[in-house]
Each structure stands twice: as C-alpha cells, then as structure tokens.
Design a protein around this ligand. Structure first.
Ligand code: SAM
Length: 437
C-alpha cells in the first residue's frame, strides 16, 4: 500500500467515526492521524479529503445520483463515503481522474470480501468514471443554492437575514457560502513572550495570531501548551475587545461566565492587572478542567450554572458572556456541523442566552461592562437577544463596539460588531458591548 493510499484509508476512517460514532471531525482527527502514522503532506491530504467530503456531501450526492440507477440512500454508507471521496478528488483536488477512480476502486475492494468485493469495485468504477465524464463536460449549473453550496436551506436563510440585518447586501450570500466551504487554515494565538514559531505567518488582524499552512503538528501543541492557544482569529479579536473595553472607575473583579474550553479565558487571564480577580465559570466539569489547564494560576475556575450566580453578591467591572449558540459562524472549522444542527436547536438556546445575559447584568456594577458574544451571526441569538433583554433592563444600554476592534475594516454601521469569513477571514463572531448605567 502506498503512502497516499494510507492517507485515503485514514480519511475513510475519519468519515466512519463521524458517521457511526457521532465524532467531531476536528477532535477525532489527531487520533486517526496517529493510528495511520501520518504527518506533513500526507496528513494534509487526509484532512482535505475528509473535510471536503463532509462539507460538500449534498452536492456530491447529487453528482453521484446523476450517475446511479440506484437510489443513493440504498447504497451501503461506507461505499457512499468511498464514492464521495472519489468525487472530491475529481472535482476539487488536483488528483488525475484515473488515480481518483483507481484508488477508490481499491478502497471499495479493501472493505469488502468475496464476490461482494468485485461487485462493489465495479459499481464504484462505473459511477466515478461517469462523474469524471460529466465533470469534463461541465456539470449542469445547480439553480438550488442549497445543493450548489451544500448547506441546509435554513442555514442559508439565517445567513441572508443576518447579512441584511447588518446592513450588508444579500448578494454577498454566495461569497459567504463559498468561504464556508474553503479549508480554514489553523491559527494559534501566542501568549506572553511572543515565541517564534517556524512555518507560520502573521495573522491578518491580531498581533498575537500565527497562521499555519495546514494541519497543526502535534509536536507544536505538545511542546508549547502554555505558550500558544489554538484559536480562530475572530475569537482572538473578541478577547482583545474585552480587554480594550473601559469600565468607568477603578477595577477589582472580572468574570467569564461561559469559559469552557478556555480559549478566551486564557488570553484574558494573561492580562488581568494586579489587584484584580478573574473568575471563570463553566457548567460542565470536563470543560472546566480544560479551562484550568490553560488559564494562569491566579484565575479561579468555578464549575456551576452561571445563571445561579455562584459568585453570590460580588459585582464585576467586566463580564464576558460567550454564550452557548448554534455555532453557525464556525462552520468552516467544523465540517460536519451543518448537517447535525437544525433550526429547532434555537428554542432552548434562546432562553439560555437571555437568562445568561440577565444574570450578567445583575452582577455588573454601575459603569461596568458586559460583552455578549456568540460564534453565530443568527439574528435570533444575537440582535434579538439584545433587544429582548434590554427591553426589560432600562439600567443598561448598548455602546458602539467598533472602537474595540482597532484596525479591523468593514465593520458595518455598528453599534454591534459582526465579523464574517468572506470579509474578515475569521469565524463569524458577534460582539455587543453593553454598559450598566
Ligand atoms: C461558546 S462556549 C464558550 C467558549 C469559550 N469562551 C472559549 O473561548 O473557549 C459556551 C460554553 O458555555 C458553557 N455553558 C453552557 N451553559 C452554561 C451555563 N448555564 N453556565 C455556565 N456555562 C455554561 C458550555 O458548556 C460551553 O463550554
């Protein structure tokens, strides 16, 4: 078996874990790469293949169906994955058609036995040759945006609403969907002493950001846990904005109400001034453990439901509410996520988001600030939450957050900030600055 076949076998393995065990591709990846002893370009090939298939599966299934008499839902799932991988190599990677077809036929043969192996290999061969011919001839353009960009329709509708609510033109929608389908380069935030990291380039906006070309080498993570945080540049900007905000008067206490796994808490804990306490709250024990591993030792990590205000009568100068959300702004980095979410997820989340924001306002002193953040641009978990909560709270108001993102261009009319993958090259983070009167 050649090295490159090993990469394809690993991609198939990753797809199986996502399909059968509900794994998150970005979390299962390191285990799969380790099992197949892959790194460097071979690891990058595996990631491109598996992530590409997960993102584009609706479009690829349409191409497969055009070539198959069999209804695609009746094809064995692992053979569907082999076919999707073949299609991705033909239409989106620079793999020659014959190599894409032959390697897929070998994979199909390898996961079957006896006469079944021959039949499956023949089936895969016929379908992929047909897809390659259609590709050469130019596929019929897809009029359905959901198929063309392989996104569920409700997510497309939510993006359109959000672009319009942010004063943008809905003609940007296709750029946004395209950006979601492009492999997002890994980004790390460097801490403290600004370590040099070989093979990285500077980020676009954040001084702390270092961008890697492809997969983050395990050696880097192992050797530098305390000096870097794997974190999209949008999240780095949000942590910086929290630090740049200006509560009136002297400060003594900061709070992160939804801290796990701790990316923002880590960057914040690095900058807590002398004499100021920093409390990081997280509902889930296992996520709170991750927070403890990355924050500086002076931070206090509390496992609790932040809505119960486990800090008692303490009032804070700054509070970060990085609320649990649908994550629609981070689909670039979570390739399978778009298929696992649905619009009904919003109902429970909206109540939780409102309650968390109310608890934050209840625990912020006069002149203090609350930063309400989501990694989603969905109007119902961003602007609508602010509108609902502030209608009940005349003791708080929204301020222009754009000055907290110095140097970042095209931030729209404010006062809230919405970052976009197709504009800023970051996850679509939402940030609102609220001040207690
Ligand atoms: C968007 S994530 C926060 C990401 C984090 N700030 C970071 O930068 O790594 C939301 C977190 O809130 C936690 N959470 C959910 N409900 C909560 C609650 N009621 N109280 C405290 N934390 C909660 C979730 O477990 C999740 O870890």
């Amino acid at each position: 078996m050649t090295i490159i076949d090993n990469s394809r076998t690993a991609a198939l393995d990753l797809l199986r874990l996502v399909r059968d065990e509900g794994a998150y591709a970005n979390l299962a990846l390191s285990q799969v790469l380790k099992k197949h002893a892959l790194n460097g370009r071979d690891a990058a090939f595996t990631v491109e293949l598996a992530y590409g298939v997960l993102r584009n599966q609706l479009l690829y299934d349409t191409y497969i169906q055009q070539c198959s008499q069999r209804e695609i839902s009746t094809i064995e799932p692992e053979i569907t994955d082999v076919l999707r991988m073949g299609v991705h190599q033909i239409v989106s990677m620079r793999v020659p058609d014959h190599a894409a077809v032959d390697s897929s036929v070998n994979l199909a043969r390898g996961i079957s036995s006896g006469g079944q192996a021959q039949a499956r290999a023949g089936f895969v061969n016929a379908i992929l040759r047909c897809v390659a011919r259609n590709h050469d001839a130019g596929f019929e353009p897809q009029s359905d945006m959901s198929i063309a960009y392989s996104h569920p329709q409700w997510i497309i509708d939510a993006y359109r609403d959000s672009l319009i609510a942010c004063g943008r033109d809905d003609s940007e929608l296709e750029n946004l969907l395209q950006a979601n389908n492009l492999p997002a380069k890994p980004v790390v935030a460097v801490r403290f002493d600004d370590p040099e990291i070989d093979g990285t380039s500077p980020g676009r906006w954040s001084e702390n950001a270092r961008v890697l070309d492809s997969v983050i080498p395990q050696e880097l993570v192992n050797g530098m846990e305390s000096r870097i945080i794997v974190q999209d540049e949008g999240s780095q900007l949000v942590a910086q904005a929290f630090l740049l905000a200006t509560p009136s008067g002297p400060e003594s206490a900061w709070l992160d109400m939804c801290a796990g796994p701790g990316g923002k808490a880590a960057l914040i804990s690095d900058s807590v001034p002398q004499g100021v306490t920093f409390t990081a709250v997280e509902l889930h024990e296992h996520r709170a453990r991750l927070v403890k591993q990355v924050v500086t030792t002076s931070a206090t990590v509390v496992v609790a439901d932040a809505r119960t205000r486990p800090w008692g009568n303490l009032f804070f100068d700054r509070v970060l509410v990085d609320a649990p959300c649908t994550g629609l702004g981070a689909l670039r980095r979570r390739p399978e996520a778009r298929w696992r979410k649905n619009a009904s997820d919003l109902y429970g989340l909206n109540t939780l988001q409102e309650e968390l924001l109310l608890a934050a306002l209840d625990s912020t002193r006069s002149g203090g600030i609350v930063c309400y953040v989501t990694c989603s641009p969905h109007v119902e978990e961003t602007r609508d939450i602010l509108r609902t909560v502030l209608a009940e709270r005349p003791d708080a108001h929204v301020e222009d957050a754009r000055p907290l993102f110095p140097g970042v261009t095209d931030l729209g009319p404010g006062p809230t900030v919405q970052l976009w993958p197709h504009i800023h090259g970051t996850d679509a983070m939402f940030f609102a600055l609220i001040r207690r009167n």
